[in-house]
Write a protein of this length. Structure first.
Length: 238
């Protein structure tokens, strides 16, 4: 019972640190939704457009759950050591490492749910979905296929956030970005287009594909949480 009291306190602390980041993140993800519409319904759906759509989907859905312009992820966050300073403060409080990590993951999931709605709901209603072979139920499957990927990415980013210094974390993010570009480029040359393939998968399978995706993403989150607790215990956050 006392643990949950500490966790609620830490979640409120994360919310205070977010500040106006909630508003900016909502605006950004609504704008991302509009951008996705233009990518999916480009008059010339060329190889480059498919490449751009895949990269955009991977980048946007991979970061759902993180707020922009917050105290943690503001301008030049990798130089200000904001994350290390926060962790130093939290580790000085009468709370356990597990409570610090668990509350961070819960705060992430709260943002994840809200921003998923901000991104995917307008995408459904603004888009002319009759142009695609997706019913409403199939679109929901399509969304959950991508949300499984989002959970997996979120777990890895949270692990880096809690266990790495800011500059190392930033370098890993840059490396991850270039890896995405090279992987998507290779898939495009092989004739595999992730957005289109995921739509076809959602159209063919009823509930199996999204369930597997969410399950895998959830398992990766749980494993990353467990590792994050150990790594934060060892981390010198000073």
């Amino acid at each position: 019972m006392f643990m949950w009291k500490n966790v609620r306190f830490l979640i409120k602390y994360e919310s205070v640190r977010t500040g106006w980041g909630w508003l900016w993140t909502t605006i950004f993800y609504f704008f991302f939704s509009l951008t996705t519409v233009s990518l999916l319904y480009s008059q010339s759906y060329t190889l480059f457009t498919r490449f751009a759509a895949d990269i955009f989907f991977l980048a946007v859905t991979g970061t759902i759950g993180f707020t922009f312009m917050s105290r943690d992820y503001g301008s030049n966050w990798w130089k200000s050591h904001a994350l290390s300073k926060k962790l130093t403060l939290l580790k000085s409080l009468p709370v356990t490492t597990f409570e610090i990590v668990f509350s961070r993951y819960i705060a992430y999931l709260l943002v994840f749910v809200i921003m998923s709605l901000v991104y995917f709901v307008p995408l459904y209603f603004i888009s002319q979905w009759e142009l695609l072979p997706l019913t409403r139920e199939q679109y929901i499957s399509f969304v959950f296929i991508w949300l499984g990927y989002s959970l997996a990415c979120g777990g890895l980013y949270l692990l880096m956030e809690l266990s790495l210094k800011e500059r190392t974390y930033f370098i890993c993010c840059v490396i991850h970005m270039f890896l995405l570009i090279f992987v998507v480029a290779g898939l495009q040359l092989a004739g595999i287009h992730l957005v289109e393939e995921s739509m076809e998968l959602a159209g063919k399978s009823s509930i199996l594909a999204p369930l597997i995706s969410i399950a895998v993403g959830g398992v990766i989150q749980a494993v990353c949480l467990r590792i994050s607790v150990r790594r934060l215990d060892w981390r010198d956050a000073s």
